[in-house]
Design a binder for this molecule. Structure first.
Ligand code: EPU
Length: 424
């Protein structure tokens, strides 16, 4: 695992048209959940296609602190072994590094009957409660108490019991956490109003490969038949649909032409639909996706929604694209209540964009110019990076460590496509 460094700057020379091919890396949010799943067994879980990103590193450190052996193997694989887990209290400084870290709770509770953690960290993109995670554990018989800021959860002596769990919101990590806990509960758990995001589906597939009995995968009603133990397994991390979307948007925004190798074709409907609405050409090619700009970009409006709607994680990058579109586009954010931080940064670069509450109105096309901006979270960072690539002149982006959290080998990929960029 590598060391994470906060801060970091990109100096980007704008005015580049992106042409060529990009290899899409493994999905951050699948890799993180899958790493937590390793806590459910004392045998090896081997994950392939795990991206080299700092969120994987920080979650790896957290797992090591609990007693998990985490080995990076050559070629992008990670071997995890949780046979010697002996710490059930997640260290607060590591829990606060990212949101996925709270997903150690469900597995620890199910397998060891006890888990304690502070609320998780992650991007500041709105209220990020964990009530549906905790309500799910409680429904299965756990007691939750507070110890200062920490949540302490205990299973009854006989373990968790399967039941019907209604998710008040179809939370992605909440569904994953409760589903993992349910794999080792006595009897059947039905998760009603489950999140259907591909990363949730892929986690269920991995759990089944480990011996779990989950059906209804991909639906809003998951059935989990508890088993007494899970065993080791090998699973491939799916390609990252948000990275795919970011490069696809970059191709259109720069008037370019990119082949996105290994793009997860089956889960991109909303993205492809909206890109085509801007006038872009999108087609399958070489086992991936080819995205080609199609002349003047048309304004389009969209809502950021739970899957299969357009992903909230593509909201900010898509907004950057719409600064180059002809006309007025209206965006409504329906998942998080504070995803508009990117607006002020794009405005510094000349974008005509205003936000009210969770909506934004973008007027275009505008000539963006280089200036000094900040990456305020991983996706807001992607938005300013895309803007910097089309802007006139030089853009300095501060705090690019946020981009390291979710985009593997970003500097190399950009340079390979002809972007002049320096990292300070
Ligand atoms: N929510 C609740 N109660 C809960 C949990 C969530 O009301 O107990 C609400 C939140 O307030 C929010 C909405 O549910 O409005 C969505 O939150 P969710 O729990 O689904 O998101 P998450 O699990 O915290 C994951 C991804 C995010 C991605 C969202 C939505 C991980 C580690 N993170 O977060 O990814 O935006 O799902 O798809 O899986 C990113 O990659 O940049 C990122 C932020």
């Amino acid at each position: 695992m590598t060391t994470r460094v906060r801060g970091g700057k990109y100096v980007v020379q704008g005015g580049v048209t992106l042409r060529g091919a990009v290899n899409i890396s493994g999905a951050k949010n699948h890799a993180l959940a899958a790493m937590c799943a390793a806590l459910l067994t004392d045998e090896d879980v081997i994950l392939t296609n795990v991206p080299y990103i700092s969120d994987v590193d920080s979650l790896g450190e957290l797992l090591v602190s609990l007693g998990v052996v985490v080995d990076r193997l050559p070629g992008g694989s990670v071997r995890l072994n949780a046979s010697r887990v002996n710490v059930f209290e997640a260290p607060t400084e590591l829990i606060s590094e990212n949101r996925a870290s709270f997903q150690v709770m469900g597995p620890l509770l199910a397998r060891h009957g006890f888990a304690s953690s502070a609320p998780p960290g992650g991007d500041v993109i709105g209220q990020r409660p964990i009530d549906v995670h905790l309500a799910g554990f409680e429904a299965m018989g756990a007691t939750i108490t507070r110890d200062g800021e920490r949540f302490v959860s205990r299973a009854p002596q006989a373990g968790l019991t399967g039941t019907r769990v209604f998710m008040d919101y179809p939370s992605v990590s909440g569904t994953q956490n409760v589903m993992m806990a349910a794999t080792l509960a006595h009897g059947r758990t039905t998760i009603v109003n489950a999140a259907t995001e591909p990363e949730v589906q892929e986690l269920a597939v991995l759990l089944n490969a480990m011996g779990a009995r989950i059906t209804g995968i991909g639906s809003q009603m998951l059935e989990v038949e508890g088993v007494s133990r899970l065993h080791g397994a090998t699973g491939r991390v799916m390609p990252d649909r948000i990275e795919t979307g970011t490069w696809a948007i970059a191709a259109v925004m720069t008037g370019g032409d990119l082949v996105l190798r290994d793009a997860p074709l089956g889960v991109l409907d909303a993205l492809v639909h909206k890109l085509r609405a801007t006038g872009a050409h999108v087609e399958e090619s070489e086992g991936g996706l080819r995205v080609t700009a199609g002349g003047p970009i048309r304004a389009v409006s969209f809502q950021a929604l739970p899957y299969p709607g357009l992903a909230t994680d593509l909201h900010a990058p898509f907004a950057a694209l719409l600064t180059q579109a002809n006309g007025v586009s209206i965006i409504h954010e329906r998942v998080f209540d504070n995803r508009m931080l990117y607006v002020s940064e794009l405005r510094k670069m000349g974008a005509e964009i205003v936000s009210t509450g969770s909506s934004a109105i973008v007027s275009g096309p505008t000539l963006l110019h280089g200036t000094r901006v900040r990456a305020l979270d991983v996706r807001a960072g992607a938005a300013v990076l895309l803007a910097a690539i089309v802007a006139q002149g030089t853009t300095i982006i501060d705090d690019v460590y946020h981009l390291d959290r979710g985009y593997e080998h970003l500097d190399e990929k950009l340079r390979a496509l002809g972007v002049e960029l320096e990292r300070l």
